[in-house]
Design a protein around this ligand. Structure first.
Ligand code: CP
Ligand code: NVA
Length: 308
């Protein structure tokens, strides 16, 4: 059976929990899983820059015994206008799966529809589910993935924020999004969270000082995602949403600071906070590898039953 990972919406809460536990198990027993992808060729097709996603998938696939093929979309015939429909059909003749980082979520959906191989979202303008899988894994490791934790995302309601909202609402955990009204999450994302009907809430607030009061975790991301132009008016509106030591005064003393990286120190977060003692950004980056291995093992061993 072909199983894609285009958004966290595609997976039930039980599946997400399963992948998190599997990721922790693989992290502890690396050697036990070294043949899961034996004989599999998996492409990493990127249309945007990447360090963590690219490296962690490449290393993860290799550690699982598979062969990772890293491709720059521009250097394929895609870059000369060949369609994603034909590309998906051709990839399916040689390749066993593909991780795609591109602009539009629809491109990924087209690939998944016309190809016969699993498609994993390595980031689109709309979602970044692999990042959030690693983020919730990081919180789980710290014993902070539960209803008692006050989790606040501050800044632009972008792809990372969308995936955080979906992931948290699936798991029945509250999340606060603090942003200027103009940069609020799309209605569609909030409606999806609402539809989970498990008692969790998404709070949308505009005042950062109120939002971080007693926060256990503060997460931020860039104000201008890849593909977006710098815009002075957005910069001015987001200025008071910077995560800095003054803002942190209202949060719990041991508040954890999260950022998916890359960061723009001095913009959405100060260097002092990004590299400070409460920061867990490198744990998040490290867990990209383990969460992705959990996802790969889930798709290829649990769903597809690859015999080692
Ligand atoms: N966080 C993240 O996805 O990083 P890269 O853009 O370096 O892959
Ligand atoms: N929101 C950021 C995340 C980068 C990992 C972007 O899309 O550029």
């Amino acid at each position: 059976m072909k199983k894609d990972f285009l958004t966290l919406k595609d997976y039930s809460a039980d599946e997400i929990e399963y992948i998190l536990n599997l990721s922790l198990e693989i992290k502890k027993n690396k050697d036990k899983y070294c043949n899961v992808l034996k004989g599999k060729n998996i492409a990493i097709l990127f249309d945007k820059h990447s360090t963590r996603t690219r490296l962690s998938f490449e290393v993860g696939i290799n550690q699982l015994g598979g062969n990772a093929i890293v491709l720059d979309a521009k250097s394929l015939q895609l870059g000369r206008g060949e369609s994603y429909v034909d590309t998906a059909k051709v990839f399916s003749l040689y390749i066993d799966g593909v991780i795609i980082r591109t602009f539009s979520q629809e491109t990924l959906e087209i690939f998944a529809k016309y190809g016969s191989i699993p498609v994993i979202n390595g980031l689109t303008d709309k979602y970044h589910p692999c990042q959030v899988l690693a983020d919730i894994l990081t919180l789980k490791e710290l014993g902070m993935l539960n209803k008692k934790v006050k989790f606040v995302y501050i800044g632009d309601s972008n792809n990372v924020a969308n995936s955080l909202i979906i992931g948290f609402s699936k798991l029945g955990i509250d999340i606060t999004i603090c942003c200027p009204e103009k940069y609020s999450p799309a209605k569609e994302i909030l409606e999806y969270a609402e539809s989970q009907k498990n008692g969790s809430r998404v709070y949308i607030v505009n005042n950062p000082v109120d939002a971080v009061k007693d926060a256990d975790v503060i997460y931020t991301d860039v104000w201008f995602s890849m593909g977006q132009e710098m815009d002075d008016s957005k910069l001015a509106e987001l200025k008071k949403y910077q995560v800095n030591s003054e803002l942190l005064k209202g949060a719990k003393k041991e508040v954890k600071i999260m950022h998916c990286l890359p960061a723009h120190p001095g913009q959405e977060i100060t260097s002092e906070v990004l590299y400070g003692k409460n920061s867990i950004v490198l744990k998040q980056a490290e867990n990209r590898l383990h969460a992705q291995k959990g996802l790969l093992v889930y798709i290829w061993k649990v769903i597809q039953g690859n015999k080692e």
